[in-house]
Design a protein around this ligand. Structure first.
Ligand code: NDP
Length: 251
């Protein structure tokens, strides 16, 4: 595929995210606490995670090692960070969450699978075939600032996911009000951290594929955070009033 065609396709994919975003603000994604009937047969929640996240790390791995683009140290770092995130999300996180007996609808599995298929292909093709970051990219302010933002986002994401996991004993499935860390400011610091992470990645890549990934992540996770926030406010009478949904003091 030519670089021009690839970039045109990525722009179309970004436009789809911009259409999906307002729709996602209206329709609550039916998984986790919002699971409900009407989205197809239900399958085990943990295996759902493994199935629908798998295309992202597998495709990036495939394109990275089959592609003939030069692999400078900067590219190896970007590839490794992507893989670190997705090895956790696909193969570790699902077996740490405490969701005994919980299910996810096939409709969510299929749409998340498709989402990861496209996003994994875009990032993988860019890193494997198209990019040409020189060795000096590692000293470029865009790379350094993006890397710092990525690490910050990953830290917030992992720390907040851990707090949520530890709210339950291994057999519990109910919900409690989370406290500590960035939960002081927002209901969903795990989702906020994930958005920050991919903004950092986009800055490191300084290319359309990274931008596309960050836009899609925000288009998925801002609506989910708003849904969670409303749910917390409705469910717990003593829910902290100063908390926002996903952006401290703002949203
Ligand atoms: P949630 O915050 O909805 O849930 C995370 C886990 O914590 C679930 O196991 C959930 O259980 C449990 N949990 C959440 N809140 C509570 C609570 N108050 N009390 C007890 N347990 C709780 O996150 P998501 O499932 O939406 O996402 C998980 C991770 O995946 C996040 O880090 C997110 O950033 C990432 N993600 C990334 C996407 C992307 O587009 N890049 C898309 C979707 C997710 P239960 O399932 O029973 O609700």
């Amino acid at each position: 595929m030519t670089e021009l065609l690839f970039h045109q396709l990525v722009i179309v994919w970004i436009c789809i995210a911009l259409v999906v975003f307002p729709l996602a603000l209206k329709v609550t994604a039916p998984y986790g606490r919002h699971v409900r009937k009407g989205w197809g047969p239900l399958i085990d929640n943990k295996w759902g995670w493994v199935i629908y996240e798998s295309p992202a790390p597998l495709l990036v791995l495939y394109f990275f090692f089959t592609g003939d683009a030069p692999k400078s140290n900067a590219v190896w770092i970007m590839f490794s960070l992507f893989m670190l995130h997705y090895m956790n999300r696909t193969f570790i996180f699902p077996f740490r969450i405490r969701t005994k007996g919980k299910k996810v609808p096939l409709g969510i599995v299929a749409s998340a699978f498709a989402f990861n298929l496209v996003n994994g292909s875009i990032i993988g093709y860019h890193l494997g075939y198209l990019q040409n970051y020189p060795d000096t990219w590692i000293n470029d302010p865009r790379f350094i600032i993006g890397l710092l933002i990525f690490v910050l986002g990953m830290r917030i994401n992992w720390q907040s996911d851990n707090t949520l996991i530890n709210l339950r004993d291994s057999d519990e499935t109910g919900y409690k009000i989370p406290y500590g860390g960035f939960f002081k400011y927002v209901s969903c610091p795990n989702l906020m951290g994930e958005i920050i992470e991919w903004i950092g990645f986009a800055i490191m890549l300084w290319a359309l594929p990274g931008l596309s990934f960050a836009i899609w992540t925000a288009a998925n996770l801002i609506p989910r955070a708003l849904d969670h926030h409303r749910w917390y406010q409705k469910t717990f009478e003593d829910y902290p009033t100063e908390r926002k949904a996903v952006i401290p003091r703002l949203l």
